[in-house]
Design a protein around this ligand. Structure first.
Ligand code: SAM
Length: 237
C-alpha cells in the first residue's frame, strides 16, 4: 500500500479527482491512500498566514517557512536517514518527471507532496525539509496542485491490482523506452480509412511484430532522443 500526503492551501481541489477513475479505484482497492492537509492548519497566527513579502523586494509573495516545515515534519518527521517517507516539492525548478521516476515513486511506501503557490517557497523549506524537487515540464503553473495530481495519477496506475488489465501499463509509452504506436478499435473501416490488415489477421506473433515496428517508427519520428537514450543504455548494459 502506498500512502500519499498532500500539503496544499487548496485541499478542495482534490475532491472529485481523488474519487474518480483509476485513482478512485486505487483508493477503494486499498492499494493507495491519499490524504490532503490544509497548510493553514499549521499556522499559529489569527489570520492563518502562509505567505509574506520577499526579502530583497520584487513582485509577489513567498510561502513562509514555519507552517510548511511544521506540516512536513508532522507528516514525514525530520529530514535525514531516519525518515522513511519521501518528501517531494512540486517546482518548475525540479527534476523533470518521467516514467522512470514514476516507477521509483510507485515503489515507495510513503510520499509527501508539497504544493507551492505564489512565487514559490522560502529556500530554507527546501534545505531543511524537502528530499527532492519535481517539475512536470518547462512551463509555469500557478500552483503545485495540478502537478501533484499528475504524480498521483501516474503512480496510481502502476500499483498492483489497480488497472483492470495490468499488461496495459507495460505496453504504455515510455515503459519500454519507446512511445506506443497507433491503436484502433471498431469499426474496421471508418470514413474510408481501414484498420491495418495485420490487426484483423488473428496472427498474434505478426500483430506483436507490427506493434513493435510501429512503436519504433513513431519514436524515431517524434522522439529520436528516446531511441538514442535506449541505444546508449543498451550499449552500457
Ligand atoms: N517563481 C517560481 C519560478 O519562477 O520558478 C514559480 C512559482 S509558480 C507561480 C507557483 C508554484 O506552482 C510553484 O511553487 C510550484 O509548486 C508550482 N508549479 C508551477 N509550475 C510547475 C511545474 N512546471 N512543475 C511543478 N510545479 C510547478
Amino acid at each position: 500500500m502506498l500512502r500519499i500526503d498532500v500539503v496544499t492551501i487548496f485541499p478542495e481541489l482534490f475532491g472529485a479527482f481523488l474519487r474518480t477513475s483509476i485513482v478512485g479505484i486505487g483508493r477503494e482497492s486499498g492499494a493507495l491512500e491519499v490524504s490532503t492537509h490544509d497548510l493553514r492548519g499549521f499556522t499559529t497566527d489569527r489570520h492563518r498566514t502562509v505567505d509574506d513579502a520577499p526579502y530583497g523586494g520584487g513582485p509577489g509573495m513567498v510561502m513562509k517557512p514555519e507552517p510548511l516545515v511544521e506540516a512536513i515534519e508532522a507528516l514525514a518527521g525530520p529530514k535525514g536517514a531516519q525518515r522513511t517517507a519521501r518528501v517531494l516539492l512540486l517546482s518548475p525548478q525540479g527534476e523533470t518527471l518521467d516514467q522512470a521516476r514514476v516507477v521509483q515513486m510507485a515503489g515507495q511506501q510513503h510520499l509527501v507532496l508539497v504544493c507551492g503557490r505564489y512565487e514559490g517557497v522560502d529556500q530554507r523549506v527546501i534545505d531543511l525539509a524537502v528530499d527532492e524537487e519535481i517539475s512536470i515540464g518547462d512551463y509555469v503553473l500557478s500552483g503545485g496542485e495540478v502537478p501533484a495530481m499528475a504524480v498521483i495519477e501516474a503512480v496510481a496506475r502502476l500499483l498492483p491490482g489497480v488497472l483492470g488489465n495490468p499488461e496495459s501499463a507495460g505496453s504504455d509509452s515510455f515503459e519500454q523506452g519507446l512511445l506506443e504506436g497507433p491503436q484502433y478499435t471498431r469499426p474496421a473501416v471508418f470514413r474510408g480509412r481501414a484498420v491495418p490488415e495485420v490487426l484483423l489477421s488473428g496472427n498474434h506473433a505478426a500483430v506483436a511484430r507490427w506493434r513493435a515496428e510501429q512503436a519504433r517508427e513513431t519514436t524515431r519520428r517524434r522522439r529520436p532522443d528516446l531511441l538514442r537514450r535506449a541505444g546508449r543504455e543498451g550499449d552500457e548494459r
